[in-house]
Design a protein around this ligand. Structure first.
Ligand code: ADP
Length: 439
């Protein structure tokens, strides 16, 4: 027992003893004891009331109760107060540091509440997103950032993904935004300025397109002269036929690469997108089958086609022809003599699909994720000798992207490959009226 409690008990004992003595002398023991008990209780209650007033209100006007135990309680409260003030100061310091760090961020950081209202934003949110915490706090974020891509992204709630959209302050700024959930249904929006990366990509695209364009004319001239030289019977050229043929082959290959690079540049440029029209895919595939049969020649590939005759697609015919022909030509080039090649065109509840299946050499799993990169080839010499540029699958991927589709590749080394082009069901066209399902 602490000293103060001991003191309190001693005082109470003295009170009751005095009351008992007085009661014994006067012959009123019980009333005296009762009066002592009530007096002691009232005295402690009065002190409790003072403590309550002191804690709640004006400390000057209401001094705290004193005496044994009450002094200890007062000290304890003062200690707790000191600790709490210290913690508060520490938290304020931390908050100030966090706010300084957030303000120094070159990216926009925005806190969004449960009902998509703006809770807080840092300084970079002003130049990038046009948000100011002094003005916009509490407003719905979709009233402040109205770009349809951003609104769709916000509503999808697909955390971890990112969306690109132009800054509402400056059209020339490209932003990439990510959203991370935290706390109770709150979200942190981070937006980064990616204009520099986009400009560099644009420069890279333009550079490749310009170089390819500049190379095309001289290469065509060289190829033309080589053809003329090979056609003439001049005796001075006797013995030159072999080197001339090699030169013609190589210049043809370079022209092929240049044409593919120009096609890629066109596909990447979103400005010159051709209008989408109903494309008779079964007829287009029949043409491609004719071409690959000619390419196969006497290699005796067994080529089969199973196309749904009533299934047309809304797209760009030239691009689709190029994509499907690339896959079909690859199947012939990478399938040994007598191999089987099947082309399928069908629809299911996931959308429309074109499949090119072969039982050729197949591809090892570690190559699959990189196949659509430019100039990526499993076997460089094999690709070159069969007339490949290493750009075919990259072209296919871009064409499918431009149609809202995607390329899937499944393959097993030595067993063959399946290349599937998936298209969204909305692109399905009714051949009778030339309209899509949605229309
Ligand atoms: P390339 O002009 O070299 O064929 P592509 O981009 O069309 O370039 O193909 C990239 C690589 O993918 C090829 O070099 C080849 O190794 C592999 N490939 C493509 N199609 C097939 C296939 N049907 N079977 C096996 N390998 C294939």
């Amino acid at each position: 027992m602490s000293r103060s409690w001991w003191l309190l008990w001693r005082r109470l004992a003295a009170l009751f003893l005095s009351a008992a003595l007085l009661g014994a002398i006067t012959g009123t023991l019980l009333p005296c004891l009762l009066a002592a008990a009530l007096g002691g209780l009232g005295w402690q209650l009065w002190r409790l009331d003072r403590l309550d007033r002191w804690l709640r209100g004006d400390r000057e006007a209401n001094p705290p109760p004193t005496g044994p135990v009450w002094d200890g309680i007062q000290e304890h409260i003062a200690r707790l107060r000191r600790q709490s003030r210290k913690r508060k100061r520490k938290l304020s310091r931390l908050l100030a540091q966090f706010q300084q760090a957030a303000a120094a961020l070159p990216d926009a950081a925005v806190l969004i509440g449960e009902d998509d209202r703006l809770l807080w934003c840092n300084g970079a949110s002003q130049p990038l997103l046009g948000l100011a915490s002094s003005r916009d706090l509490g407003l719905p974020i979709t009233h402040l950032l109205r770009h349809p891509d951003f609104v769709a992204f916000l509503n999808q709630r697909r955390n971890g993904d990112s969306v690109e959209f132009p800054s509402p302050v400056d059209d020339g700024l490209s932003l990439s935004a990510r959203i991370a959930p935290y706390g109770k249904k709150q979200r942190l929006l981070l937006a980064t300025d990616i204009s520099r990366i986009r400009r560099l990509e644009q420069m890279r695209r333009e550079f490749v397109a310009n170089v390819s364009h500049e190379l095309r004319t001289p290469l065509t001239v060289i190829a033309g002269y080589l053809e003329t030289l090979l056609d003439c019977d001049d005796l001075a050229l006797a013995g030159w036929e072999q080197p001339l043929r090699r030169m013609q082959q190589q210049s043809g290959r370079m022209l092929h690469i240049v044409e593919d690079l120009l096609l890629l540049a066109r596909l990447e440029s979103q400005k010159e997108r051709p209008p989408l029209k109903p494309v008779n895919i079964p007829a287009l595939l029949a043409d491609i089958v004719e071409d690959i049969t000619a390419l196969s020649g006497d290699q005796g590939h067994q080529i089969q086609i199973a196309a749904d005759a009533g299934l047309w697609l809304l797209g760009c015919e030239k691009e689709l022809h190029s994509a499907f022909a690339n896959l079909a030509f690859n199947a012939v080039r990478y399938t040994p003599v007598g191999g089987r090649i099947e082309i399928g065109w069908f629809a299911d509840h996931h959308g429309l699909h074109l499949t090119v299946v072969d039982n050729g050499e197949g591809i090892a799993p570690h190559h699959l994720p990189r196949l659509t990169e430019r100039f990526y080839r499993v076997n460089r010499d094999r690709s070159r000798s069969s007339g490949g540029t290493g750009l075919g699958l990259s072209i296919v991927k871009h064409i499918l992207n431009n149609h809202g589709g995607q390329l899937r590749i499944e393959s097993q080394l030595g067993a063959g490959s399946v290349f599937t082009c998936d298209f969204p069901g909305e692109l399905r066209v009714n051949p009778a009226c030339g309209k899509t399902e949605a229309e």
